[in-house]
Design a protein around this ligand. Structure first.
Ligand code: IYR
Length: 224
């Protein structure tokens, strides 16, 4: 059976695996990503530019509404910029942890041992600050629409975390709150809004993570 050629379409024939190979590959990928942990203790060891380029390339392969790719990945390795981001994030987080966050939230975070201090923002060799592009600026101040921006950028960030894990790197999915200061420090245009701040690096040699358990399949999946 052949499909009718359609203008603007090209053939797509990804490698077809046997059922056994498919089972093995799906299991291997699960094991790989099941080993991913959010990390707050980074080694300062640098990451090659080429590696970061590949992580961002991978993120940018994510599906997006009308293929608008409504994201910008700002890669920060400059120590002074990292330091300024840390200071600003800690100023906000100090207020969060000492009054702005309700007790229920603080209680929910207790197992993770987080507090207002964000040393990882300086220690991690690379901060990827992800911006969502609310719209695209057109000629004469017009605005071109983007679609499903949150979903699209969320998917791209997921791809980025998976790519980092695959390369043996660790990440933190960080949302300093509020994070408008990132737009200012990184001089982003009005159409871009900060979405996530993702420190990337190798884990510290004495890195510790909370002893979390993931939900079992029966808790997250319903078959019909
Ligand atoms: N942004 C704060 C608080 C925080 C909130 C959630 I939800 C977390 O999963 C972790 C932290 C902080 O970074 O400490």
């Amino acid at each position: 059976m052949s499909t009718t050629p359609t203008k603007g379409f090209i053939p797509y024939n990804p490698k077809r695996y046997s059922p056994e190979e498919t089972a093995l590959l799906s299991s291997h990928f699960f094991t790989l990503l099941d080993g991913r942990r959010s990390v707050r203790h980074f080694s300062p060891a640098p990451i090659a530019d080429e590696v970061i380029d590949n992580l961002v390339r991978t993120a940018s392969t994510a599906p997006s509404g009308a293929h608008k790719q409504p994201w910008t990945f700002c890669v920060v390795t400059d120590p002074a910029t990292k330091s300024a981001i840390r200071t600003a994030a800690e100023e906000e987080e100090l207020q969060n942890y000492s009054g702005r966050m309700p007790q229920e939230w603080l209680d929910d975070l207790a197992p993770f041992g987080t507090d207002w201090r964000k040393g990882f923002l300086e220690v991690a060799p690379c901060l990827i600050v992800v911006f969502k592009r609310a719209y695209e600026p057109g000629a004469n101040g017009t605005k071109r629409k983007n679609y499903y921006v949150e979903e699209s950028v969320g998917l791209a960030c997921g791809f980025l975390l998976a790519a980092a894990r695959h390369a043996g790197l660790v990440t933190l999915t960080h949302t300093p709150s509020p994070m408008n200061f990132l737009s200012k420090f990184l001089q982003r245009p009005e159409n871009e809004r900060p979405f996530l701040l993702i420190p990337v690096g190798y884990p510290a040699s004495d890195c510790m993570v909370p002893d979390l358990k993931r939900k079992g399949l029966e808790e997250v999946m319903v078959r019909y």
